[in-house]
Design a protein around this ligand. Structure first.
Ligand SMILES: C[S@@+](CC[C@H](N)C(=O)[O-])C[C@H]1O[C@@H](n2cnc3c(N)ncnc32)[C@H](O)[C@@H]1O
Length: 298
C-alpha cells in the first residue's frame, strides 16, 4: 500500500470510529429518549415494506443496522420457529437493548450481534437481508453493500428502506430549513465532535444508489415509493424537542456547540411557528416518504 492509499485508509477508519462512537453515545441517548415516537413512526414504513416483501416461514433473515431490534422481532415472528432473524448493529448499546427486548418478549429465534456492516464478518448465509433506515450512515456504502451481498445465498434478496428526497420529508426537513436560517452550520470536517455519518438523505437518489448496488454485484434492482405521515410529537412542545434533538436540525444545533445553546430560544420560537402547521387533534403529524429498494444476489 503506498503512502497516499494508507493515509486515505487511516482517515476513513478514523471517520468510521467517530460515527460508531456517535451511535453508541449521543445518538443512542437521543433515540432512547424518543423511542416511543421513532419505533411507531418508522414502523409505518417497515410494516408496508414487509407486507409487500414478506419473508416466507423458515427463512433466515439478516436485519442490517437493527437499532432497538423491533423490526428484527417482527421478522422473527413472521419466519416462525423454523426460521431465524439476526439483527446486526455497530453500536453495542443498541444490540444490548435489542437482546433484552427479545428475551422479555420471549422471541427465541431472534439474535443480535455487534459488527461494522462495512467490514466485519456478518455470518450467514442468509436467505434475505433487510434494513430499515440502517444503511444511510455508512462512510463506505459500497463496501457495506458488497459485504451484505456476500452474506446472502445465491438468489437471496436484500430490501432496504431509505428516505427519499428531503423536500418530500417535512417531518425532518421543515425543522432543518428553519434551524439553518438561525444557527450557523458546522461541517463534520470542522468539528471534533462525534457525528452520525453521511446522514438520513444520503441514499435518496436512485441513480447513485442503484450504481452502488450494481458495483457491489447485485442485480434486479427496483425502487418503490411509499408515503405516509409520521407523528413527531404527542403535542407541539414534544415535536419541538424532537426536532431540536434528532435529524439534520438536531445535528446542526448540537454541532454548533455553545452557539447552538445560545440560540435555543430563537430556534424554539421559529420551530413553534413552523411545526404548528402540522398540529392535529391527536398530535403533530408530518409527511414522510421512502424508497423500498430491492436487489438480488445473482
Ligand atoms: C437510523 S438508525 C435505524 C435503526 C433501526 N433500523 C430502526 O429503523 O429503528 C441507524 C442504525 O444503523 C446503525 N449503524 C450505523 N452505521 C453502522 C455500521 N457501519 N454497521 C452497523 N450498523 C451501523 C446505527 O448504530 C443505528 O442503530
Amino acid at each position: 500500500m503506498d503512502m497516499r492509499t494508507s493515509n486515505a485508509a487511516d482517515a476513513a477508519t478514523a471517520e468510521n470510529d467517530i460515527i460508531i462512537e456517535a451511535w453508541n453515545t449521543v445518538l443512542f441517548d437521543k433515540f432512547s429518549r424518543f423511542k416511543h415516537l421513532l419505533v411507531e413512526g418508522l414502523s409505518g414504513h417497515s410494516d408496508e415494506a414487509l407486507s409487500r416483501h414478506p419473508h416466507p416461514r423458515g427463512t433466515r433473515v439478516l436485519d442490517v443496522g437493527c437499532g432497538f431490534g423491533d423490526s428484527t422481532l417482527r421478522i422473527a415472528k413472521s419466519v416462525g420457529p423454523e426460521g431465524r432473524a439476526v439483527g446486526v448493529d455497530c453500536a453495542h448499546n443498541f444490540v444490548d437493548a435489542a437482546t433484552r427486548e427479545a428475551a422479555q418478549a420471549r422471541v427465541g429465534n431472534a439474535t443480535f450481534f455487534v459488527a461494522d456492516v462495512q467490514w466485519d464478518d456478518l455470518g450467514g448465509p442468509y436467505d434475505r437481508a433487510f434494513a430499515r433506515f440502517g444503511t444511510m450512515f455508512f462512510n463506505m456504502p459500497g463496501a457495506a453493500m458488497r459485504n451484505i451481498r456476500k452474506a446472502l445465498v445465491p438468489g437471496g434478496e436484500f430490501t432496504m428502506i431509505v428516505w427519499r428526497r428531503r423536500e418530500d420529508n417535512p417531518w425532518l426537513h421543515a425543522a432543518e430549513l428553519r434551524v439553518k436560517e438561525i444557527v450557523p452550520v458546522v461541517s463534520h470536517e470542522d468539528t471534533d465532535q462525534v457525528h452520525c455519518g453521511p446522514g438520513p438523505f444520503s441514499m435518496s437518489g436512485p441513480d447513485m444508489v442503484s450504481d452502488i448496488l450494481r458495483s457491489a454485484g447485485f442485480d434486479r434492482i427496483t425502487f418503490e415509493r411509499f408515503d405516509t405521515d409520521i407523528c413527531i410529537g404527542r403535542d407541539l412542545d414534544e415535536a419541538i424537542q424532537f426536532a431540536m434533538a434528532l435529524g439534520p436540525a438536531g445535528e446542526i444545533i448540537r454541532l454548533a456547540g455553545e452557539e447552538g445553546v445560545r440560540l435555543t430560544d430563537q430556534v424554539m420560537d421559529a420551530l413553534r411557528e413552523t411545526l404548528g402547521a402540522y398540529v392535529r387533534s391527536n398530535g403533530v403529524w408530518a409527511p414522510s416518504s421512502t424508497w423500498f429498494v430491492s436487489a438480488r444476489n445473482p
